[in-house]
Design a protein around this ligand. Structure first.
Ligand SMILES: Nc1ncnc2c1ncn2[C@@H]1O[C@H](COP(=O)(O)OP(=O)(O)OP(=O)(O)O)[C@@H](O)[C@H]1O
Length: 386
């Protein structure tokens, strides 16, 4: 297992890691997800020993790694910018990690591992080709192969699928976790792609500004996001966030007053909040709590359709937006007119639906999320409901 405690790392005046704490359990596949510059690569390099923290401790399988050289740590790391030998064949690139004195394997075992790794990554046919002649996606698979080919205490993978086209990425994503070596080995996997994190991670750690904001299973992150930024990071189309306040009995009332949603928030009446509604939790047909509005725009997403609805029209007194409503992108603020929400519906439910058509939406209140209102540089935290 990998354990990071109080890791701080600054480059000049830039703080890359700011008291980072992280536990990756034995054999776990842990995805570290965060935006560019959040500190993901620095975290991996700190575990690998390629960067030394200014403060804090790194442990691998209970052993403190302070003072341990990178090649003695027993970790295998794959960088986004891959270090390969361009003039040597794919086979040689895969074989060279097994030739180093530290990792030397008997020839037959080495050959078996190379063939197994190449087969799993779909590069058997390329084994004799010089790496310099390969496409970026092929090179990336060779780089990943160099990591997986040798036994390690932990794999550290930095966006290893980023250069693959969408189809291959999806396929490799499905196969990666099935690889025996990956199943057995503690893996810390860095990505900025939330779909990838949800698909791969036994657990996910969300990193922001050099700190872990939330760690959890995909269900925990999805149903109990720590704050609005975590909620926005997962799910496309993005979660709808409607501004409003809490009423006397803890229900949600939208900023214009047109919408009331039956929740019981664990926060005082009058608290400014954002109601979080996932696009797939809104329906055009199912029974549930009703909202009304008019269609703003529809967009076909394969078998389903994203419908953006301007809320309020026809919802009764007080529901009409001031000025008739050219709203903003999504989840409008009180100052900007009618709030809009996106929903994802099966194509059959949206047949004949066009701009300005009135619609009734239903919502399952049990999936409703509530957050404190966002403040500058401080995303609103989730508020519990009873
Ligand atoms: N060698 C370096 N010198 C100076 N600043 C650095 C160095 N390495 C990283 N940083 C800074 O530290 C911060 C964290 O960088 P890091 O590469 O860990 O982020 P990341 O989450 O991996 O980003 P990305 O997804 O873009 O790779 C950034 O602000 C970055 O500019």
């Amino acid at each position: 297992m990998i354990r990071l405690r109080g890791i701080t790392k600054a480059y000049g005046r830039t703080t890359a890691l700011d008291g980072l704490e992280l536990d990756v359990e034995d054999g776990e596949f842990f995805c570290l997800l965060g935006p560019s510059g959040a500190g993901k690569t620095t975290t991996l390099k700190t575990v690998a020993g390629l960067e030394l923290p200014d403060a804090g401790t790194v442990e691998l399988d209970g052993r403190d790694l302070a003072g341990v050289e990178p090649y003695d740590r027993g970790v295998a790391m794959c960088f986004e910018s891959y270090a390969l030998y361009p003039h040597r064949s794919v086979h040689d690139n895969l074989a060279s990690p097994l030739r180093s004195p530290r990792h030397r394997l008997p020839a037959a075992e080495a050959r078996a591992r190379i063939m197994e790794t190449a087969a799993l990554l779909g590069i058997e046919a390329l084994l004799d080709r010089p790496v310099g002649q390969l496409s970026n996606g092929q090179r990336q698979r060779v780089a990943l192969g160099r990591v997986l080919v040798r036994p390690a205490r932990a794999f550290l993978l930095d966006e290893p699928l980023s250069h693959l086209d969408a189809k291959l990425r999806q396929q490799m994503r499905a196969e990666l976790k099935a690889i025996g070596a990956v199943r057995r080995t503690t893996t810390l996997y860095v990505t900025h792609d939330s779909v990838e994190a949800l698909a791969l991670g036994d657990r996910i750690g969300v990193i922001r500004d050099g700190r872990i904001v939330q760690t959890g299973t995909r269900e925990e992150i999805w149903y109990r996001p720590h704050d609005t930024e975590v909620a926005r990071a997962f799910g496309r189309p993005r979660i709808n966030l409607l501004p409003g306040t809490l009423t006397e009995n803890g229900a949600f009332r939208s900023a214009g007053g047109g919408i009331e949603l039956p929740v019981r928030a664990e926060a005082p009446p009058g608290t400014e909040v954002l109601a979080g509604i996932r696009p797939r939790d809104l329906s055009l047909t199912a029974p549930g709590h009703e909202l009304t509005g008019t269609v703003y725009v529809t967009e076909v997403l394969g078998r389903s359709v994203e419908v953006t609805v301007r809320l309020g029209g026809g919802a009764g007194p007080g529901a009409r937006p001031p000025g008739g409503g050219a709203g903003p992108e999504t989840g409008a603020g009180p100052e900007t007119g009618a709030p809009r929400v996106s929903l994802v519906a099966p194509r059959a439910d949206t047949r004949g639906l066009g701009p300005d058509d009135p619609v009734r939406l239903t919502l399952r209140p049990e999936n409703l999320l509530l957050f404190e209102a966002d403040r500058p540089r401080r995303p609103g935290r989730r508020i519990g409901t009873r």
